[in-house]
Design a protein around this ligand. Sequence first.
Ligand SMILES: [Ca+2]
Ligand SMILES: [Ca+2]
Length: 339
Amino acid sequence: MKKLIGLMLSLLILSLFTVTGNALLRNVYLATISAEGTMTLKPLNFTFSMETNFTALVPNATTPGHYDATFHGRAIVYERPIIKFDGVLNVSGNIFWVKFGIEKPGGGELNPGIYGANATLSLDIKEVPPEQLEVTWFLMKGRINSYGGEQAFGGIIAHARMGPLMEQWANVHGLFALQEPLGGNRSFHVFRLVNVSEIGYEGKGLSITGLWNVYNVTITHYDDEFNLNIKIIVENGSGRLDANLEEGNFTLGIDKMKQIDGVIIFYHLAFRKLFERGIPLGDFNGDGKVNIVDIGRVAKAYGAMLGKPEYDFDLDVNFNFAIDIIDVANVARDFGQEY
Ligand SMILES: [Ca+2]
Ligand SMILES: [Ca+2]
């Protein structure tokens, strides 16, 4: 009897959550908003006219159209020529949260910092059509096996997101050595994409173009500690990763470097809606789910450092050359996810 009551309660709680979830989703829609008007930063009383476009979740009560509105929030001023805002828009009594950025107004002597921000704006709100909500996620893991035609040993991880509405995003990093990286003191080449300029996907191939940094990392081990000597050898060099999904190989060319070649050991493409989660990084055996097997692998390698045989590049999710608590936490966060 107790079990039955417990089960009923769980189902009731579950159904409540489901109903609330649906209700929440039904109350808002995704919109692009064009805003122009006058912004004032407090306590400076610095006023300027502004114009910007951004996306936001808008309550259904505010149907698409033209409106007068007020904004109250904060402005974060950086050294770089951009100001970011977050706060609430009040559109005829309907209030919702927004986030947007504008270029620093010309001639304004604005010091970096956080200011109060008030604006009167005229808005043009348009609902985003469903096809623009499509997002493509790509995850690839590869083994590096040659550098300029010479045998090399290493790995690469490329993670990218493409969609019509959002900025293209990619994270690519990897490392390789010219000797098999087993134990002892070793020298590695480490590369990282620092700025993505283009992501191309054609069904059989994926390319990521941008600026890359390359480092030479020398490791000295002292008992259970290790010392990294990091020297930058290419800074913001143009480069391009080409993954041939049909043939299962990839090449990476970076200015001033020889060509890096390797084989794809895993890749996955996922088609999602804008607000759905992407591909989790913590599925190490590639079976489509993050579960106890993956946690077990990262737990077993815990404490391993680059240059030691136990170090596994795939498990080093935050790429700091050690399998540490951050990697365990990253995988634990994705626990239970399937894709
Ligand atoms: Ca798995
Ligand atoms: Ca790590």
